[in-house]
Ligand binder design. Sequence first.
Ligand code: ADP
Ligand code: NI
Length: 214
Amino acid sequence: MERKIIEAAERYVQETLRGEGSGHDWWHIYRVNKLALTIAEKEGADPFVCSLAALLHDIADEKFNASEKAGLVKVSLWLTKHEVTNPEKQHVLEIISTMSFKGGNSTGMKTIEGMAVQDADRLDALGAIGIARTFAYSGHVGQMIYDPDIPVRNTMTKSEYRNGVSTAINHFYEKLLTLKDRMNTEHGKKLAESRHQQMVSYLDVFFSEWEGIR
Ligand code: ADP
Ligand code: NI
């Protein structure tokens, strides 16, 4: 039963997010699901709840829906239709509604399953993959690679985070480099550390090349 539900969720997400061009496509979901299961195993979290939340988390994303609420209703209807038990359904919805970064304004995760899935989503924003996704997203919204005249914002409201003027390089300082100290689980922290170093090295080379030093 659980296996069938997971397979149905995979099909649903593949159909919905196939070809999405901002770095939230099916393969982002695929990677987050794998990472969530790896972390769940290390941390003793329920793999079924972790996997469902990981697979469905971007279906409800406010970027793809009229509102955050509308996105959650969509996921809720899907879970009911596929006969997920009520406690598991509530748990998955609770995870999805609290895990997004929102410019640093998100609240903490309440359960070990939520912690595992949030860590997995954050890990996919880091390292080689994270760098690729950041430039893909920037191209998608027509944002510059870098502009030294646009300052890095240290604190932002949720609306400033989504709609304010930024650059791909600023995004590293506004979000990505802050994530390693926000990880929930021990295993998540370990994985974040090496991905963080990848980004630090990348930025070092970027700025040397910017000044024609390298
Ligand atoms: P969340 O849903 O956790 O708030 P986002 O959807 O905002 O996460 O971000 C997912 C990924 O999209 C980021 O890790 C980054 O790669 C890219 N991204 C989001 N916002 C920006 C931005 N302003 N500039 C560049 N990349 C961004
Ligand atoms: Ni995501």
